[in-house]
Every structure is written in structure tokens, then in C-alpha cells.
Design a protein. Structure first.
Length: 234
């Protein structure tokens, strides 16, 4: 009889241990996320994705050939952990993230913006929609401000502007070549110009502006009004 109780006790202990082990495993499976969730959704690499770092790679200027559509540049910035885009001539708007890490929706119009990478993983272009059609603007590297030259252009105010550019007949109206720098309470750009007659404009965050300090203007063949600068022989 004593032997029977010993065997019964041993069997009960084994059953209790098995039940406890099963319960522990079930608890772990319900509380611990799978490996890909612990790694921020990167099941393959196991490394946590730095969302801010990814978004930062999308920032910069994207340029579309002039004359295709009214939008010629798109400036993408990162503000308060969200991407914003400022296309030519229109209001800056926030880009809302989608399930795809490279596609976003315009919060105002609902159109899609998709960032494209090359084979080495570098962001090289931005595809966007305009009036029902898709266009791709190429990413460009902005040069440092142009601060050396015999001719100085000045623009007062606009302290909150991000990119101020000088474009004119002297550089084939390039929108990403001659940048202003902030000096005191004004923007300044200096370039070397030979004696001649030039037309030009300022571009503040994608918006074209006549030189407020120069009353001389003329209309071009396309109906655009530009500022006029005449540099005479000394």
C-alpha cells in the first residue's frame, strides 16, 4: 500500500509539472511579440528601423524640366517628425504616411507622392500626380550660397524662407544654381556679370517674385513680367 501511494504521488507531481510548463509557454507566446515585431517590423535583418532617419533621406529639392507643367521644383522638408512638400506656386502641405515606407499622400489633395531609390539605395527622384498624370522629378544637390561676384542682389524680409534663389537670363533661368544667404535682416546673392542687359526674378520657396527694390520691369514673350538689370561699361 505504501508503495502505491509513493507511485501515485510521483505521477501527480509529473502531471503538475507538465501542466505548469505548458501554461508558461502559452503565457510567453501571448505576451512576447514575434521576432519581426520586436525588431520594428524588420523580420529579415532583426534591426530596428529609425523612422526619422528614413524620412530624412527623402528631404531635399526635386526638379522637373521647365515647360512640362507649372510645377518645376518640389522642396521636401522634415518638420515635427512629418514630411512636408512645397511644390512651385502652391501652398506647402503635409505628406501622410501609407503602409509603404516610400509612398505618401498629399493631405490636401489626396494625391500620391512616391520616393524612388537607385540600386544602391539612394533616393534619386520623386514621382507625383498632377491633373491626373504622373510626373517624376529628379533629386538635385543644392550648392552653397553664391557670395562672390561684382553684382549684388538683395532681398529684405522673408526671415522664415528656407530656399531663396536668383534666376535670370544670365543662367538660363536655372532654379537651383544661385542661392541667397541670410545676412542680417536680408537675403544676399552675389554673382559676376559682364556689361549687358539682363532680366531676372527671385524665387522664395518655389514662389517667383519681382525684385521689390528694382522698379524696372518688362514683359517677356510668354507674358511673364520680369525685373530688368542693365550693367553698363565702365
Amino acid at each position: 500500500m505504501e508503495r502505491f501511494f509513493i507511485l501515485a504521488s510521483l505521477a501527480f507531481a509529473l502531471i503538475f509539472h507538465a501542466q505548469a510548463t505548458t501554461a508558461t509557454r502559452q503565457a510567453q507566446s501571448t505576451t512576447a511579440p514575434p521576432p519581426q515585431q520586436q525588431a520594428g517590423g524588420t523580420a529579415k535583418s532583426g534591426a530596428k528601423v529609425d523612422t526619422a532617419a528614413v524620412l530624412k533621406t527623402y528631404t531635399g529639392r526635386y526638379e522637373l524640366g521647365a515647360g512640362v507643367i507649372p510645377i518645376t521644383t518640389l522642396d521636401v522638408t522634415l518638420e515635427h517628425d512629418a514630411l512636408w512638400v512645397k511644390p512651385t506656386l502652391v501652398k506647402k502641405r503635409r505628406l501622410v504616411a501609407t503602409r509603404s515606407r516610400r509612398s505618401f499622400l498629399d493631405e490636401i489633395e489626396g494625391t500620391r507622392y512616391t520616393f524612388n531609390r537607385d540600386e544602391e539605395g539612394r533616393v534619386v527622384s520623386l514621382t507625383f500626380q498632377y491633373e491626373g498624370s504622373a510626373y517624376t522629378a529628379q533629386k538635385v544637390a543644392l550648392p552653397p550660397p553664391s557670395l562672390k561676384g561684382n553684382t549684388t542682389f538683395r532681398l529684405k524680409g522673408y526671415a522664415d524662407a528656407r530656399v531663396v534663389v536668383l534666376a535670370g537670363s544670365f543662367n538660363n533661368w536655372n532654379e537651383s544654381q544661385l542661392l541667397f544667404a541670410r545676412e542680417g535682416d536680408e537675403w544676399v546673392c552675389r554673382v559676376d556679370l559682364a556689361p549687358n542687359r539682363y532680366t531676372y526674378k527671385f524665387i522664395i520657396d518655389g514662389n517667383w517674385l519681382l525684385d521689390p527694390a528694382n522698379p524696372e520691369t518688362e514683359e517677356d514673350e510668354y507674358g511673364n513680367t520680369n525685373s530688368v538689370l542693365i550693367i553698363k561699361e565702365k
